[in-house]
Design a binder for this molecule. Structure first.
Ligand SMILES: [Zn+2]
Length: 260
């Protein structure tokens, strides 16, 4: 079975290589490691370079961005980091993000979040990179801004938590839907319905580790190997062939990050 964790954070891990090793032992072959601020993005690029050296047989890439919580940081520094990374770390960077809107926490003013989001959409398009979108309690504005700005060809709705309506809006725009451990939670009825309805060729899976550990590890620190639990749940919900689904989802991930 081919498995790709399309979204994990390793910047706070003391021994990221151990987590990658354990994931690989369990069959996870690909990883996109995500930054959320200048500091965590810089660290992510460093970690990924090291991991690529340690595990040449695995597909390990980075994503750089300003999370809506960190949207008040200077975007110019992020843009500079992106351009430097593309120049000096070939095959390292595959996406801009995570970026987007979080009106649940509102750690930054919405106007500041919107401005940072717009700039990241533009940068992704300019550099032909995928865009990783975080959205919480902000669906209307997320769609509005992506429509106004023109969404990048490869746009991922990371940690999708919507229902059927949001799913329809995403699919209409050709976005890729990324399911996290939340889909394994018992009370995620609407989300599970969306997973059943979402065509397999439009979805990918992620851990968002160290956050959001799936069942049966809920409440514990998460790690990339647990992406298997997310995949298993999708297969169970869709009542589909596991190998076939895994291969399709793996290929979707490679395609959305321009790896094939
Ligand atoms: Zn994340």
């Amino acid at each position: 079975m081919k498995i790709f964790d399309s979204h994990c954070h390793l910047y706070d891990e003391n021994e990221p290589e151990k987590l990658i090793y354990s994931a690989a032992e369990n069959g996870v072959e690909g990883f996109v490691v995500v930054g959320t601020s200048y500091e965590t993005s810089r660290k992510t690029v460093e970690i990924v370079s090291q991991l690529q050296e340690d595990f040449p047989e695995l597909d390990i890439y980075s994503a750089i961005g300003l999370h809506p919580h960190d949207a008040s940081e200077s975007f110019d520094r992020i843009e500079e980091l992106v351009r430097e990374t593309l120049k000096y770390v070939p095959n390292g960077l595959v996406a801009i993000g995570e970026c987007g809107l979080d009106y649940y926490y509102n750690h930054c003013e919405p106007t500041i979040q919107v401005e940072a989001f717009r700039r990241q959409i533009e940068l992704a398009k300019q550099l032909n990179l995928a865009l990783i979108v975080h959205t919480r309690d902000a669906w209307d504005d997320t769609f509005k801004i992506l429509d106004e700005q023109g969404a990048p060809k490869n746009t991922i709705i990371h940690c999708f938590t919507g229902g059927l309506n949001e799913l329809t809006e995403c699919l209409k725009r050709n976005f890729t839907i990324s399911f996290s451990g939340i889909v394994t939670f018992k009370n995620s009825i609407e989300l599970q319905r969306a997973a059943i309805e979402c065509p397999t060729h439009s979805l990918i899976v992620e851990t968002d580790s160290p956050f959001l550990a799936p069942e049966p590890f809920r409440g514990k620190p998460n790690s990339p190997k647990n992406v298997i639990e997310v995949l298993k749940k999708i297969v169970e919900l869709k009542q589909t062939d596991p190998d076939e689904a895994a291969t399709t989802i793996f290929t979707n991930t490679q395609r959305v990050f321009n790896l094939i």
